[in-house]
Design a protein around this ligand. Structure first.
Ligand code: NAD
Length: 474
């Protein structure tokens, strides 16, 4: 995190400041705001693993922010700067995110202080399995109570190890696979989970551009086609978002910031080529499809239409907020704009599509995966061929009545029943559209009170959490 100002609030404080801004606009029973704001519990574990001839001690966390709905849900992050404050801030964001997009979970988050690059794969597996068993024996991983997912530094490989560790401890739990999401397909994962957060960013932007007044508020016009985009972080979220926006919506990716440098190219960066280069070389340096810039932070300040910080929290802070030129920021990462920077950007008229909405695609598809695991059947398996047969009958009837053949392209498209990937994308698109429509409505109705999209998102989610608590008798 590059925030370099002594007045910069911590990530945890930033989330609380943004929460408080909205909470004070709501008429809630006394004490309810405090109940929702605080983390219910945070468990710290220090465990040893014998590696390279000595016992290495690791520190991990699992924070439960709110259990107004169970299970609670939230990723596990591997990074050497993971700390309790960060995990609690991320857990709080999970509560608000799930409420906003109507995913029936409370909020949680986990983290392990580790740089995955320091360890061999078999060592990482032993560390992950030990961390998982520490959490499993306290029900901090459990299909009915607490369900992790990938986050920065983890992916489907780690989720498979966690699922297997749970299964070995709970040998007769028929729902064992639902103890974690983001798994590989062959152990209960779902089509479209790996791409889900980036895909959700794409769907969020598509929906934003269906609201011309909102687009105008960001001093933009038209559609996504031709919009100049800068992305920070070409990991899971940034890569998929940049790939889909450039390959499917006609956006031009003019800058990509990564660890160790950035690539800029006014005519557009080929994201797949850059990703393949990064996989082969381990860095963006030496990529032929653009100009290399050593100062990776400088891309955030490039002249562009849409800025997508997709790496880590605190990327836009008091030290650089004034110099940000993008009129529209999409927070693909969690907490990429500090509370101080948020105020500067709002004053400048910049529109921010907030993290709790923009990156909700991951938890949405995780929810689909969890439902799939509990129902023990892949989506589409029962009805796909039946739908195809029904469509075939209908087309046959139309052709018979009109005595004309159905246009071949339309026929092929209409005849194809939905497989799991299509259903997942459809469910995600629907979720992102509906959540944006709710936010936009509140934003436009309460602009005169200083409500922006972020405050609108908080207003909606705090009200939903408060009404769950009220129903529970609190
Ligand atoms: P990741 O580890 O796959 O990717 C992060 C990328 O950022 C890496 O390529 C890394 O090299 C790069 N990076 C790190 N520091 C950087 C810096 N200083 N400048 C530029 N690039 C830098 O992680 P991810 O899963 O893509 O997560 C990214 C963000 O999105 C995190 O804030 C995470 O909490 C959030 N998020 C992820 C998911 C998910 O499904 N993976 C879901 C919701 C939110």
């Amino acid at each position: 995190m590059s925030a370099a100002n002594a007045q910069e609030p911590s990530f945890r404080d930033s989330v609380d400041i943004m929460f408080n801004r909205a909470a004070t606009m709501l008429d809630l029973p006394p004490g309810m705001i405090e109940k929702i704001r605080v983390a219910n519990s945070t468990y710290t574990v220090r465990f040893g693993v014998k590696l390279r001839g000595e016992i290495k001690t690791f520190v991990g966390y699992r924070s439960v922010h709110s259990e107004h709905m169970e299970p609670v849900k939230g990723g596990i992050r591997y990074a050497d700067n993971v700390n309790q404050n960060e995990v609690e801030a991320l857990a709080a964001l999970m509560t608000y995110k799930c409420a906003l997009v109507d995913v029936p979970y409370g909020g949680s988050k986990g983290g392990l202080c580790i740089n995955p690059a320091d360890w061999e794969v078999d060592e990482l597996e032993r560390i992950t399995r030990r961390f998982a068993s520490e959490l499993i024996k306290r029900d901090l991983i459990n299909p009915a109570q607490n369900v992790p997912a990938p986050d920065m530094g983890t992916g489907e490989r780690e989720m498979a190890w966690i699922a297997d560790t749970y299964k070995r401890i709970h040998t007769n739990d028929i729902n064992a696979r639902a103890c974690v999401t983001g798994k590989p397909r062959n152990v209960g994962g779902i089509a479209g989970r790996t791409e889900a957060t980036g895909r959700g960013v794409q769907f969020a932007l598509q929906e934003f551009f269906r609201h011309p007044d909102d687009v105008k508020a960001a001093s933009l016009d038209g559609t996504l086609k031709g919009k100049r985009v800068v992305v920070q972080g070409l990991g899971n979220v940034g890569y998929h978002a940049a790939k889909f926006l450039s390959e499917e919506d006609g956006c031009v990716i003019v800058g990509v910031g990564e660890r160790g440098g950035a690539i800029v190219n006014e005519s557009g960066i080929n994201i797949e080529d850059l990703k393949q280069h990064m996989i082969a070389v381990g860095a963006v340096q030496g990529f032929g499809g653009g100009t290399y810039v050593e100062d990776n932070g400088s891309v955030l300040e490039l002249d562009c239409d849409i800025l997508i910080p997709a790496a880590m929290e605190g990327a836009i802070h008091l030290g650089n907020a004034e110099r940000i030129k993008a009129p529209l920021i999409v927070e693909a990462a969690n907490g990429p704009v500090t509370a101080g920077a948020d105020e500067i950007l709002r004053t400048k008229g910049c529109v921010i599509i907030p993290d709790m909405y923009a990156n909700a695609g991951g938890v949405t598809v995780s929810y689909f995966e969890w439902v799939k695991n509990l129902s023990h059947i892949r989506f589409g398996r029962m009805q796909r061929r039946q739908e195809e047969a029904f469509h075939e009958t209908l087309i046959g009837g139309i052709e018979e009545i009109t005595n004309k053949p159905f246009p071949p392209d339309a026929k092929a498209k209409y005849m194809e029943g939905a497989d799991e990937l299509k259903l997942v994308r459809s469910g995600l698109d629907d979720t992102m559209r509906l959540a944006y429509q709710q936010m936009s409505k509140v934003w436009n109705a309460r602009k005169h009170e200083g409500v922006d999209l972020r405050t609108a998102a908080y207003l909606i989610s705090i009200e939903k959490v408060a009404s769950s608590y009220a129903t529970l008798g609190l």
